[in-house]
Design a protein around this ligand. Structure first.
Ligand code: ADP
Ligand code: MG
Length: 474
């Protein structure tokens, strides 16, 4: 297909020059990651992988994605407060998926005790692809919504400047000036700051709960800096620190090393490997506390793939968002086909269809972080094996979205420069704050475009598959 930048890319020398300038611009702007060799040290760091050129995004779909974000914020918030819905939606999953079951048990336990938390902060990212599978214009289809540890808002705030520099290098100053400003760091920090303020203790800190391996620390530091600029103290701790040094007082205020914690911002805790027994205990302590958890465990559960699939059933959105006809229509327009594999006739039928047409579907377990989904022949084999066992209910099926590939260069440290056929995924960050029953903030807070080579069916930036990109609206 004729690409947006074909004319500018004629000539290998020009591409090489642009790539050199691009990498230096990324370092200058702070589009950084720690290295695989030294994931917990900043002595030597590298650039986070990114595309040489911005990718074309249809402006109507871009606007549509922004326009539906506040609706998705409302929806996630509603699900998180609906105990019966979560219980019903996840009933079959918790029987077969131990991780979801453990999260769910903590959810019930804190509800039984009674919530000490009264301020709620949601930071999510709704991800989309542009589906060209049906005739006519491409359609915006949601891949998933991430309700915990949605990352790359920090680095995405700095990527447009890099692509602006590249376009200028290639003689396209006019195009460079059309790149949109984007600042999720600021938006995310506004939500955290609002929650901190409503918590109501000026001496309390914000705690970033971080992983043992912290390659993506600069992405987090972008948000952290915004908080320090507002004179809000930030501490970075791991589950094991919470296990060793965390405590609750009689009012269930959370203390770390004697410091009161107002907000816990999770950048950890979304996959089974994040947990051992001590970490589960630490998680429970945090959830029981009065501190604002971003997200609380109910909101994490609202982001499971099983819940996503249940939302697509007729009538479900109407129950969760009563009276909000327009919001429901906007949300539903972004849904791809989603199918339950629960035991029964409905599941039998769709399993048989997917086995017969594996290239039209994606098989998804209840996992996050990339690299878990199954496609094509592998999907067929796995589904064939589990189709008669309850194990199949730990998966959902989804229609495979078919984006139009375009040519770009993916820049990675120590990788040769070569053109790839690529597809992109657009994420919109959502931020909301609720105090008791009153929503006091509900915003779309910026975007993230990630691009990967078509040969990779799955995986994000942290998984080493996708790279950072900037939308160029067409
Ligand atoms: P994870 O929680 O692991 O990020 P996702 O649902 O986002 O799970 O899937 C991971 C990746 O797989 C996505 O970034 C996308 O590239 C690809 N993918 C997921 N669902 C689909 C789909 N329905 N059609 C095409 N590709 C998909
Ligand atoms: Mg994803």
């Amino acid at each position: 297909m004729a690409g947006l930048w074909d004319a500018a890319l004629r000539g290998e020398a020009a591409v090489r020059r642009a790539a050199l300038a691009a990498v230096d611009a990324a370092l200058l702007e702070g589009v950084l990651m720690r290295t695989e060799a030294e994931p917990n040290a900043s002595d030597v760091v590298s650039f986070a992988p990114f595309t040489l050129l911005p990718s074309a995004v249809p402006s109507a779909l871009f606007r549509q994605a922004y326009a539906v974000q506040q609706d998705f914020n409302l929806l996630v918030d509603a699900i998180s407060q609906d105990r019966e819905f979560l219980e019903r939606a996840l009933a079959s999953t918790v029987k077969v998926d131990d991780f979801t079951a453990r999260l769910f048990r903590i959810h019930l336990q804190v509800l039984e005790e009674g919530l000490a938390q009264s301020v709620f902060l949601g930071i999510n990212r709704s991800d989309y692809m542009f589906d060209c599978g049906a005739p006519g214009a491409p359609a915006l289809k949601q891949i998933e919504i991430n309700t915990i540890a949605a990352s790359f808002g920090g680095l995405a705030s700095r990527t447009a400047a890099v692509h602006g520099r590249v376009l200028k290098e290639l003689g396209m100053a006019e195009e460079a000036s059309r790149l949109l400003p984007n600042n999720p760091s600021e938006g995310l920090a506004s939500g955290i700051a609002k929650a901190w303020e409503l918590y109501g203790s000026r001496s309390a800190v914000v705690m970033f709960l971080v992983e043992e391996v912290q390659r993506n620390i600069f992405d987090q530091r972008c948000v952290e800096n915004e908080l320090w600029n507002r004179n809000i103290r930030v501490i970075r701790k791991r589950f094991r620190d919470v296990f060793e040094k965390g405590s609750l007082d009689e009012a269930r205020r959370l203390y770390m090393d004697g410091q009161e914690v107002a907000v816990v911002y999770y950048r950890e805790g979304y996959v089974p490997t994040n947990y051992n027994q001590q970490n589960w205990e630490a998680r429970l302590l945090l959830e029981r506390s009065r501190a604002v958890k971003c997200p609380d465990i109910a909101t994490q559960l609202a982001g499971t793939k099983k819940v996503q699939q249940e939302l697509s059933r007729p009538g479900t959105l109407e129950k969760l968002l009563p009276g909000r006809t327009e919001a429901i229509a906007r949300i539903r327009a972004t849904f791809a086909g989603l199918y339950s594999l629960d035991v029964g006739e409905e599941g039998d039928k769709i399993a048989a269809t997917a086995i017969a047409n594996p290239d039209q579907f994606v098989l998804k377990p209840q996992r996050e972080g990339g690299g878990n989904n199954l496609y094509g022949e592998e999907l067929r084999q796995v589904l064939e094996k589990i189709k008669d066992s309850p194990e199949r209910t730990s998966y959902i099926l989804m229609d495979k979205i078919q984006p139009q590939p375009t040519r770009n260069y993916l820049l990675r440290a120590h990788s040769p420069l070569k053109a790839s056929e690529c597809v992109s995924e657009l994420g919109i960050f959502g931020v909301y704050v609720r105090q008791g029953k009153e929503l006091v903030m509900n915003e779309a807070a910026g975007h993230l475009l990630r691009t990967k080579a078509v040969e990779h069916a799955d995986g994000g930036v942290a998984a080493g598959v996708a790279v950072l990109d900037t939308p160029y609206l067409v």
